[in-house]
Design a protein around this ligand. Structure first.
Ligand SMILES: [Zn+2]
Ligand SMILES: [Zn+2]
Length: 341
């Protein structure tokens, strides 16, 4: 089969012929129908994850059709439509047994440490797949696995409550989905901060009340103006920009919650006294849990979230490097680029 494999940082993926994986007794072999390209794939290609083995097939958000199941598999069978859960946890360490599989001591991620879905087939244990209802197209099913479930988890970490004022810094392929989800969680006023006009336009179409271009005006000042001088109850940061993180910390009201989701690699300065005096809570959100993926699948199946604006580009597996370039250089205003083998 064809697979796009990582051979080290700052090197294009190599699309090459590899054997179809052997199906173990607990495994499910899935024929990939769609696989999304994520900002974290770009981070990986820039060498952000030194633990990645070489070579490894990338691709971590995917939907497809079950081709073959191992003899001990009980919940899936040939022909089932499925969505992949890329977070592989042990299920019995302290964190897993508390329900925080995303913090598993021996966590592995598909597409970074294990062979992923930029390939014709992906083979993983049964527990890594969830059934995908027929009314969800494969490309939308694919992006549920990271682009949609990541903000869902972040909003749970944020504990958004009915009537909260929520600000979202960064409305790219992941952050954009926080707009509709925040509303489902109960946000009243929703303010989106971005530096790309097209992302602000999409955020507005998806229901953001106010959009702020941080290149044109001070987002902290604007958020204060929009919230009677108080700031938001919850501020979510989906960008890795240090400046955005620092602005987010000043956009929250007393007793409010700031949740970091984007990969910020620079030290961030914090006025500890002001932070403490105002009882501001700084939280962070990483990955997701399987049940949360089941929730977002259901939200889409019931038509509660609209993903029709999310996928802006489609490329073939042979063009995967072009797809990565489209996302990196923002060619043609991308949100999600999906690879279809
Ligand atoms: Zn991702
Ligand atoms: Zn564990």
């Amino acid at each position: 089969m064809k697979a796009a494999r990582f051979y080290g940082p700052n090197t294009p993926l190599r699309v090459e012929e590899v054997p179809i994986p052997e199906v173990g007794p607990k495994d499910v072999l899935v024929k990939v129908r769609a696989s999304g390209i994520c900002g974290s794939d770009l981070h990986a290609l820039h060498g952000a994850f030194p633990e990645m083995p070489v070579p490894v097939t990338m691709g971590h958000e995917c939907a497809g059709i079950v081709e073959e199941v191992g003899e001990e598999v009980t919940t899936l069978s040939e022909g089932d439509r499925v969505c992949m859960d890329y977070v592989v946890s042990c299920g019995y360490c302290e964190y897993c047994s508390r329900g925080n599989n995303n913090l598993c001591d021996s966590l592995l991620t598909v597409g970074f440490e294990l062979d992923g879905s930029f390939a014709e087939y992906v083979c993983l244990p049964e527990k890594q797949f969830l059934k995908l209802p027929k009314n969800i197209p494969f490309d939308e099913g694919a992006i549920l696995g990271c682009a949609v479930v990541t903000p869902y988890h972040a909003l749970r970490v944020a504990e958004v409550r009915a009537g909260d004022h929520v600000a979202i810094y960064g409305a790219g392929g992941v952050g954009i989905h926080a707009v509709q989800l925040a509303r489902i969680f109960g946000a009243s006023k929703l303010i989106v901060v971005e530096v790309s006009e097209y992302k602000l336009k999409t955020a507005s179409e998806l229901g953001a009340d106010e959009t702020v271009n941080a290149l044109e005006e001070d987002p902290v000042k604007r958020i204060k103006e929009e919230t009677s001088g108080k700031g938001c109850d919850v501020v979510l940061v989906f960008t890795g920009s240090r400046k955005a993180v620092e602005q987010a910390l000043r956009s929250v009201k007393k007793g409010g919650r700031v949740v970091l989701v984007g990969y910020c690699r620079e030290p961030v300065s914090l006025d500890a006294m002001e932070f403490m005096s105002n009882e501001i809570q700084l939280r962070s959100s990483i990955e997701h849990n399987r049940w949360e993926l089941a929730r977002v699948i259901e939200l889409r199946a019931l038509g509660k979230i609209d993903l029709s604006k999310s996928i802006t580009h489609r490329v073939s597996l042979d063009q995967v490097n072009r797809g990565l370039e489209i996302l990196e250089k923002k060619i043609g205003d991308p949100l999600r680029v999906v690879v279809t083998p």
